[in-house]
Write a protein that binds this ligand. Structure first.
Ligand code: G6P
Length: 315
């Protein structure tokens, strides 16, 4: 039938490139690509971020060449998520039966989905698109929980043009309160550890695990690493922490609700003792700067939710 008044064609605006998210065939990892070239890979095992590349292809996270990515062991590198206990648990605490650094990093998480933003509407603009991937873990997903509490964890990883954000929401879905610790165990990639410094912690006291947990006064100068380093900066100042290479800014870390920062490099001998650490001189290519809440316990009441996170800018 010929219609006198045909509906006018709806004007088509130019198609904006959008972030692309794909799940591997074996359902083991999620990959996100921004139209501007940045890339992120997250293993469902541990919801471990194993790769974060800038637009120029430069990898920002150290991943051991011997890391197990098959779910047989926590990943050595990337960003393992530490929850609900940092370090070896003490036997007189409800986390006492858990492995070192808890169960989040060695449990398989569920991929909950993505949300993306494409805010630029300029024709031919690549926009300032970002993508957020959400992952979930709850007590009902653990076959053999050695922690007697009910929880719902939502872990969000957001890739933007110049940064990566990781944030965790812990909801107590049970009827009793409990204590937990949390930490993003970020292995940052560096070109050369001896030319790397960490600034922003000059005024913070720290617990030196290399010296048996000795409390050390603020050093008053940026951190240089030339031997095994394992420090917990407690109540680190809120200001951004910068990681510099040859005196030039390389990463900037900001934190939300995470009062502590761990700085770790195993150096040669300790690294040799770790079966999953490689290559042999890999300690020269990494520094762990770990934002967390680990020097005390966070108490979470029944029905309540705790949220905290970090943002790392690659500069
Ligand atoms: O070997 P992992 O269990 O992964 O722990 C690796 C490291 O994690 C943290 O940085 C701790 O401060 C270190 O004492 C520990 O050696």
């Amino acid at each position: 039938m010929d219609r006198a008044k045909k509906p006018a064609a709806i004007p088509v605006s130019p198609i904006q490139p959008t972030p692309q998210v794909s799940i591997s065939d074996d359902n083991s990892r999620v990959t996100a690509n921004l139209p501007t070239g940045q890339q992120l890979q997250v293993l469902l095992y541990g919801a471990t971020v194993i790769s974060w590349k800038s637009a120029n292809g430069k990898e920002n996270l150290f991943l051991s060449s011997k890391a197990h990515l098959d779910g047989s062991k926590p990943v050595r590198g990337g960003i393992p998520l530490v929850f609900p206990v940092f370090g070896p648990p003490s036997s007189d605490h409800p986390t006492g039966r858990l492995p070192q650094h808890g169960f989040a990093r060695n449990s398989r998480w569920e991929y909950l989905g993505k949300s993306s933003s494409e805010s630029s509407t300029l024709p031919n603009s690549k926009g300032d698109a970002s993508v957020k991937l959400d992952f979930g873990l709850s007590n009902s997903m653990l076959s053999d929980s050695k922690w007697d509490y009910e929880f719902n964890l939502t872990y969000s990883v957001t890739l933007s043009q110049d940064s990566l954000e990781t944030s965790l929401a812990v909801r107590n879905t049970g009827t009793s309160n409990y204590e937990f610790q949390v930490l993003f165990h970020t292995y940052l990639a560096v070109d050369s550890i001896t030319e790397t410094t960490v600034s922003g912690l000059e005024k913070a006291a720290f617990k030196d695990k290399v010296q048996g947990g000795k409390e050390v006064e603020p050093a008053g100068k940026p951190i240089s690493i030339g031997s095994e380093t394992d420090r917990i900066y407690t109540a680190a100042p809120e200001q951004a922490i910068k990681i510099l290479e040859k005196g030039k800014d390389r990463y900037e870390l900001t934190r939300d609700m995470l009062s502590d920062v761990v700085v770790w490099n195993p150096w040669l001998e300790k690294a040799k003792g770790m079966a999953d650490f490689g290559p042999e001189d890999g300690h020269k290519k990494m520094v762990c700067v770990e934002a967390g809440s680990v020097s005390a316990w966070n108490t979470l009441d029944a029905g309540d939710t705790w949220e905290g996170g970090q943002r790392i800018k690659a500069l």
